[in-house]
Design a protein around this ligand. Structure first.
Ligand SMILES: NC(=O)c1ccc[n+]([C@@H]2O[C@H](COP(=O)([O-])OP(=O)(O)OC[C@H]3O[C@@H](n4cnc5c(N)ncnc54)[C@H](OP(=O)(O)O)[C@@H]3O)[C@@H](O)[C@H]2O)c1
Length: 344
């Protein structure tokens, strides 16, 4: 059985980060600094960087946390003898099933695994691949980028959330001590969909080639995001799903506010614009590095729900195609051209 997870107990809680990338290293580093024993399972690119430079976490409030390389437990593959209190599944969506099979093969049955991934279906995909583990959906509202080797930077704010489960409750003080307060919800789907609505900007950002802040200050590009969100809201309404509010504005207002002229948008969406100048969506990083993107987990999810409730998700379909075709063109798309291409 997994360790007792009470942070007040004699041994510190053990956390396994499956997928030591931007989110995994950010969460794992903060939890380790708060007293957890954290194991990072990752790929050579990130593990080599951590082994050479250690892990530096910076935040938009100016705070800085440094863990030396020798303080980090780095694993190129999942060790056979671990019984963590908690696993944070932090791989990109395309890698979910493979990572879950690895976890299911080596971890004790009943180990809780929280998917910290975007999209709606990753926890279910992982649960099918590892039926003996307890898979729970989670939600990370903030953005983490990698400005340099071993350096992760949080560029936006927000509070972590996960599906409620008794195994998670004893770990709440640890998350709070790490400055990552975690809220537990009986049904995470409204929050997941609330996050997915905001993620509909990811492809717009990636295709634009601009940092997030600059992209949000371009009205044509905002109109693209507005059209994608408006389309998804119709689909959600028809499916009877009420997305949670994750931005300063209620979801229904987002398309209207995004379409405002830029001077008005600057005023009404001031909090939305509180983003570091250099922050980009992780889909932009994926395109830049030639990695598979999460278009299917985001736009594909809207398309699948639309098909179930007989609504249209044509814009989601078109922008997903543009992202998939991007490696052939490799050029940023201007706002006007993107509006024409997706009918925004
Ligand atoms: N970054 C953000 O700001 C942010 C915010 C909220 C949510 N999220 C979500 O969090 C998830 C992770 O995003 P991320 O930006 O952290 O991705 P990332 O930086 O690419 O990190 C994932 C890491 O996991 C590695 N990996 C893949 N399969 C593995 C396996 N079987 N074992 C060990 N390591 C494995 C990847 O290596 P390879 O690259 O070699 O495959 C990569 O280094 C995504 O679903 C994303 O949507 C991200």
């Amino acid at each position: 059985m997994p360790n007792t997870a009470d942070p007040a107990a004699s041994h510190p809680p053990a956390v396994l980060v499956m997928g030591a990338g931007s989110i995994g290293c950010w969460l794992g580093g903060r939890l380790q600094a708060a007293g957890a024993t954290v194991h990072f399972v990752g790929r050579p690119r990130m593990l080599d960087a951590l082994a050479h430079h250690g892990l530096t976490l910076t935040d938009r409030d100016g705070s800085r946390l440094q863990l030396l390389a020798e303080q980090l437990k780095l694993h190129p593959s999942l060790p056979a003898d671990l019984a963590p209190d908690l696993v944070l599944l932090c791989v990109k969506s395309a890698a979910t099933a493979t990572a879950a099979v690895e976890l299911g093969g080596l971890l004790p049955p009943g180990t809780p695994v929280v998917s910290m991934q975007n999209g709606i279906g990753n926890a279910a995909i992982a649960q099918s691949a590892a039926p003996q583990l307890v898979l729970l959906p989670g939600m990370v509202p903030f953005n983490v980028s990698e400005p340099g080797p071993g350096h992760l930077h949080r560029g936006t704010d927000g509070q972590l959330a996960a599906q409620d489960h008794p195994a998670l409750r004893p770990l709440l003080p640890l998350f709070a001590a790490a400055g990552l307060p975690l809220t537990l919800h009986a049904d995470l789907r409204p929050l997941q969909w609330g996050k997915l609505l905001l993620n509909l900007n990811n492809a717009v950002n990636a295709l634009s080639g601009l940092p997030l802040r600059a992209q949000l200050l371009d009205r044509d590009l905002r109109c693209c995001t507005a059209a994608l969100i408006a389309e998804a809201l119709v689909v959600l309404r028809r499916a009877g799903i009420e997305p949670a509010r994750l931005s300063p504005l209620p979801p229904d207002w987002l398309p209207w506010v995004l379409r405002l002229p830029t001077p008005l948008f600057r005023v009404l969406a001031a909090r939305m614009l509180r983003i570091d100048d250099q922050a980009r969506s992780s889909m932009a990083d994926d395109l830049a590095l030639g990695r598979p993107t999460e278009v299917d987990a985001i736009y594909g999810e809207v398309q699948r729900l639309a098909a179930r409730v007989q609504a249209s998700a044509a814009r989601s379909g078109r922008i997903a195609e543009l992202v998939k075709a991007w490696p052939e063109h490799h050029l940023p798309v201007a706002g006007r051209a993107l509006r024409r291409a997706i009918g925004a």
